[in-house]
Design a protein around this ligand. Structure first.
Ligand SMILES: Nc1ncnc2c1ncn2[C@@H]1O[C@H](COP(=O)(O)OP(=O)(O)OP(=O)(O)O)[C@@H](O)[C@H]1O
Ligand SMILES: [Mg+2]
Length: 1019
């Protein structure tokens, strides 16, 4: 009867469902009529599951059923379908949630997180991978970021190889909790990542239940490793040969290809930054754990323990001294009253020490691996850390509530974790609901919900909580054991309403509890925990001498994992449960600072089979995931809310005043509409921009009316004749108009968005303009360079004398210098190409004059502007007779000079004529003296001659000396001297010319037979 009733109700829901609803059931549980009915909830899940609709919402929470088969819903096309589409417009999907979270991060600039929970095998890890893939494919990217996306994706197979194992419930079960941050830059491109790992199930290294396996990596190495590799590690291919791999009696699993996975892992390791050496060290550690498992002990006659197997390989692989390891595996070091004592271990203790070492080695290596992956995912640019532009999406893939036949310390921790996450969920969901009510101006109605703080306190409270009691019991001197811990619990928290033991229980409960169990009444239901092993697991002890040996390992990974300080530091490290509690506190802090979204995963059956819906199993999960509680909180106020315009648009045909168009305020339109529809006051409320409808029934009724009215609306439009026709035309015009306007507005919005993006990039670039060229400033720096070059092109100097040049930005200083030189060279080349030969000759002479006279002779600067002439004498001024005498030696230059006699210094007017090889002094028609250029010595004096020097005065001395020096090829031999100059009168006889400053130029005979030259300028 119940079934029929439920079926009937669900069918009713379906029939009245919104057309936007899926073909089957409701796509959002908030639309379930009877939201308190677990049966209706499960029925909705079943119906959708049967049609492969594995996703359903509870408001913003996504419920995901594991299909146990590949569905065609994860393609690139599907990703595109969900990009930028509003959450509720399209059928529920993990991509919709991913996209919505991403867009919320981009538009609200607030960090987001996605919490994925569910039982083992429910599909958490698969969901998290799909989210990551969605971001890797759809987010904007460039080469550098693509490499990061690659590393993000490649870190998965590595972590899974080391942290996942085949269990009875999941062939690829994550045996650790994982929280991963993906960092995005201001453009929305993924730029970094960071992983936090929680509570690796280390006990699996040494023990597996029947039908389960150790961590994948061991089998992968044995199956996929090269022969050489295995030889070096001294391993055999058969997993049956290793004691740590045979406990579960399940070396192979049909759904897993260890060989292929090994290849994937080996390929991934270099991608995430592992060197060859590191890979080898890692393999050594994996192999050493296997060898450790095969280390056996024997018992001597006096009860002493010794190792019966060869441990040299083990020591080699661990990189430690063999005898020290042997000693440490069979003895224990104690410090009593300040003295160190070494006591032998008995057989069981030695085995426990060995196992503890294997767990520690593996566990710490796993933590190292995560650190290493984090280094590879870390933002390379420190700038981003301080950058306001970057935002984060966190992904939490963590064990859901676990209720097994026998629950132990691990389940206790896991369930405590879920209790904390539920607390956070309630807090955050209620907060966001409350905020929405506030912004909409609707009075907040208190929601009744179960506050699980009482259970969290029971577990975590300082001094009084279960964890504190467990720690105390571990530390207490004297005989302690798991049972004494249970007794202590009974003494301390015995009266707590959420705590029961066999002793405290009533008859009915007592029957289903053993004496070694305590029961916690979690928010999701009751769980019995067996105290066996609690103390040991919490202690997680490794003998000190084993730590000492490991510290000295020459394997860098191990020496990094086992720090010397740990041995020196006498303080006891925190117990496992407390460590977990603290890391959980940190995690909740991280999550609280972000905007959360939730994925709740459910597995349909335990057999890992597609298409099988095990109702009992599903009900169990719905209960322990707290989904009914989720729904109740979400539905506590109003089931449905919609923006005014959307509501009015959909239902306006149902009211004559709002059809075909409402021209007033939207809120008034909605009010008119709902009044016409006969909504009662308690059924709805109008906020500032949204209508809130309390019951789905109200909405469904309205929807039914709309369905019923559709043909009539069509007919109405048909029969209204010409007027209607007009209306239709007007309507069409309006549609086209609004379409056109919409398009224009969209374009405008796009342009604005682009502009805003550009400005943002600009500002950011400006802030980081002095940093290294990188993604945060590349646009700005490129722009600055581009503008400089563009500006330079317009303002290049036009002549070689123009030395102006625009100031370059710092990043272009060097290039600018090169450009300036190039440009100058270019101008010079161009100039030279067009220069006239005459002018060239002139310039060459001027250059020589400059070399000789610049900074040497006072009158030089005045001479620069005056052109040198080809000759200072006209052709007719030179006597024909002289020309004839010279014959082939053409006069190249002629100038009038005054020659002074060497003895009496009598002035005589002369002509100085220069030919190509000699010069002549001419007195009217007579050549008085010929001076061969080769005879010019020029050692001490200008134009010194062997037969005695010539003393000439010329009013074009710079021009004359330049020409003479050039023709004689003696430009380096010109001496210029103030004061006085010595000259040769005749062979062996010296004369002197004195230069004196005076108003007028005078050349006369001075005292002591010197020639006195008086001049305004001495040089
Ligand atoms: N969306 C899906 N499509 C197809 N198969 C899926 C999907 N989700 C999960 N599965 C199947 O279920 C298996 C278990 O999923 P997954 O490893 O994600 O579970 P889990 O919740 O992470 O479990 P555990 O807590 O043990 O790690 C996968 O190996 C895969 O075969
Ligand atoms: Mg998993």
């Amino acid at each position: 009867f119940l079934e029929v009733d439920i079926e009937g109700r669900v069918r009713l829901v379906m029939e009245g469902a919104l057309t936007a609803r899926d073909r089957v059931g409701v796509q959002d549980f908030v639309l379930l009529e009877n939201y308190n009915s677990e049966a209706a909830f499960i029925e909705n899940l079943r119906r959708r599951f049967r049609e492969n609709l594995i996703y359903t919402y509870i408001g913003s929470v996504l419920v995901s059923m594991n299909p146990y088969k590949e569905l065609e819903i994860y393609s690139k096309q599907q990703m595109d379908r969900y990009r930028g589409v509003s959450f509720y417009e399209i059928s529920p999907h993990i991509y919709a949630l991913s996209d919505n979270t991403y867009r919320a991060m981009r538009t609200e600039r607030k960090d987001q997180c996605i919490l994925i929970s569910g039982e083992s095998g429910a599909g958490k890890t698969e969901a998290s991978k799909k989210i990551l893939l969605y971001y890797a494919v759809t987010c904007p990217t460039n080469d550098r970021m693509a490499a990061l996306g690659d590393r993000l994706l490649q870190s998965n197979p590595v972590l899974e190889a080391f942290g996942n194992a085949k269990t009875l419930r999941n062939d690829n079960s994550s045996r650790f909790g994982k929280y991963m941050d993906v960092q995005f830059d201001f453009r929305g491109a993924p730029v970094g990542g960071h992983i936090l790992n929680y509570l690796l199930e280390k006990s699996r290294v040494v023990h597996q239940n029947h039908g389960e396996r150790n961590f994948h990596i061991f089998y992968q190495l044995l199956d996929g490793g090269e022969d050489d590799q295995l030889n070096t590690l001294n391993l055999e291919r058969n997993p049956q040969n290793y004691r740590y791999l045979v406990k579960g009696n399940c070396p192979r699993v049909s759904s897993i290809s260890d060989k292929n996975n090994w290849k994937v892992v080996m390929k991934a390791l270099p991608v995430i930054g592992f060197t060859e050496e590191e890979v080898q060290k890692l393999l050594n550690i994996i192999a050493s754990v296997l060898h450790l498992g095969n280390t056996q002990f024997g018992e001597g006659e006096e009860g002493e323990t010794y190792i019966t197997t060869e441990i040299s390989n083990l020591a080699r692989l661990l990189g430690v001294d063999g005898s020290a390891l042997r000693e440490a595996l069979t003895h224990k070091k104690l410090t009593a009253k300040g003295e160190e004592m070494i006591t032998p271990l008995n057989f069981e203790q030695a085995e426990a020490a060995r196992d503890a070492l294997a767990k520690a080695v593996y566990g710490r290596t796993f933590t190292w691996l995560v650190e290493k992956i984090n280094q590879s995912l870390a933002l390379k640019d420190e700038i981003y850390h301080s950058s306001k532009g970057s935002s984060v999406i966190g992904l939490l893939d963590i064990y859901g509530f676990e209720v097994l036949q026998h629950n132990s310390f691990e389940q206790f921790c896991i369930n405590y974790c879920n209790e904390k996450l539920q607390q956070l969920f309630i807090e955050l969901t209620l907060r966001s609901e409350q905020e929405e009510y506030e912004t909409e101006g609707i009075a907040w109605e208190t929601v009744q919900y179960f506050d699980n703080k009482i259970i969290c306190d029971l577990i975590e409270e300082k001094h009084k909580g279960i964890i504190s009691i467990l720690d105390e019991e571990c530390l207490r001197p004297g005989e302690t054991c798991d049972v004494s811990f249970l007794e202590k619990l009974e003494d301390t928290v015995g009266g707590h309403p959420h705590f029961v033991t066999h002793k405290l229980a009533n008859g009915k409960t007592r029957r289903v509890m053993s004496r070694e169990e305590f029961r916690l009444l979690h928010y999701a239901g009751e769980v019995n925990y067996n105290v066996n092993g609690f103390l040991d697991k919490n202690n997680d002890l490794l003998n000190r001498n084993l730590k000492e040996v490991m510290c000295q390992s020459d394997n860098q990974i191990l020496s990094h994992c086992f720090r010397r300080e740990e041995v020196i530091d006498q303080k006891r490290p925190e117990m496992a449960a407390t460590q977990f509690k603290n890391s959980l506190m940190k995690l909740t802090e991280i999550l609280r600072s972000k905007e959360p979204s939730y994925v709740r995963c459910i597995k349909p059956n335990d057999a890992k089979q597609p298409g099988r819906f095990d109702e009992v199993l599903v009900r169990h999960q719905v209960k322990y995931l707290g989904l009914m509680e989720n729904l109740r909180v979400r539905r506590a106020g109003f089931a449905y809310r919609r923006r005014f315009e959307a509501f009015l648009q959909r239902y306006k045909p149902l009211c004559p005043e709002t059809w075909p168009n409402w021209h007033g305020r939207l809120a008034d339109g909605v009010l008119t509409l709902v009044k016409h529809l006969g909504y009662k006051d308690e059924e709805y409320k109008l906020g500032r921009s949204k209508i809130f409808i309390r019951f789905p029934k109200t909405l469904f009724n309205t929807e039914d009316v709309l369905e019923a009215k559709k043909p009539e609306i069509g007919k109405q439009q048909y029969c209204l004749g010409v007027h209607t026709c007009m209306c239709v035309y007007i309507y069409i015009v309006i549609v086209i108009q609004s379409g056109w306007r919409g398009m224009k507005a969209r374009r405008r919005a796009k342009r604005r968005r682009q502009a805003a993006d550009l400005i943002r990039r600009f500002i950011k670039g400006f802030i980081y303009r002095h940093g290294e060229y990188g993604p945060e400033n590349d646009y700005f720096l490129d722009h600055v360079r581009y503008s400089f070059l563009k500006n330079l092109r317009k303002n290049l100097p036009k002549s070689v004398l123009d030395k102006s040049w625009p100031t370059p930005p710092p990043s272009l200083v060097e290039a600018s210098e090169h450009l300036q030189k190039l440009h100058m060279r270019n101008m010079v080349t161009k100039y030279c190409r067009i220069v006239h030969p005459e002018w060239k000759k002139q310039m060459m002479q001027k250059v020589v004059a400059s070399e000789i006279f610049k900074d040497q002779k006072d009158s030089y600067p005045q001479s620069v502007g005056r052109l040198f002439l080809d000759s200072r004498l006209e052709r007719e001024q030179i006597s024909l007779k002289v020309v004839q005498t010279l014959g082939n030696d053409k006069v190249q230059y002629g100038v009038s000079v005054i020659k002074y006699d060497k003895r009496g210094f009598k002035p005589r007017p002369r002509q100085l004529l220069l030919t190509n090889t000699f010069a002549v002094l001419v007195d009217k028609t007579k050549i008085k003296q010929r001076i061969d250029y080769t005879a010019l010595r020029g050692e001490n004096h200008p134009l010194s001659l062997p037969q005695g020097d010539l003393l000439l005065h010329c009013s074009h001395s710079i021009e004359m000396v330049t020409k003479l020096a050039m023709m004689a090829n003696k430009t380096n031999n010109v001496n210029i001297n103030p004061g006085s100059i010595q000259f040769t009168v005749a062979r062996g006889k010296e004369g002197i010319i004195d230069f004196v400053r005076g108003a007028e130029l005078k050349v006369t005979k001075g005292r002591r037979g010197h020639l006195l030259v008086v001049s305004q300028r001495l040089l």
